[in-house]
Design a protein around this ligand. Structure first.
Ligand SMILES: [Zn+2]
Length: 80
């Protein structure tokens, strides 16, 4: 499920997000597919981070496509 947040701690930094864009996760295998989906769904290219840099233990960091542990986070930063 998509999570919508207005900020997130990434690698110790508080990063402001555009809350209308969800945070999604993808494994390496599905990254290209998820990137295309994000652009199609929200008409904007997401910013990407390594999933393990996202410091939110409550977040379900599994690939949206296959449920495997995710390697990449897709989100949209404010002002980017
Ligand atoms: Zn996957």
């Amino acid at each position: 499920m998509d999570r919508k947040l207005d900020h997130l701690k990434i690698e110790g930094k508080d990063v402001e997000l555009l809350p209308e864009f969800p945070v999604r996760f993808a494994c390496i295998e599905h990254f290209d597919e998820e990137l295309d989906d994000y652009v199609n769904d929200f008409e904007a290219a997401p910013d990407t981070y390594r999933a393990d840099l996202i410091e939110d233990e409550s977040m379900d960091k599994r690939c949206r496509a296959c449920g495997a542990p995710a390697k990449i986070a897709l989100l949209k930063e404010k002002g980017m």
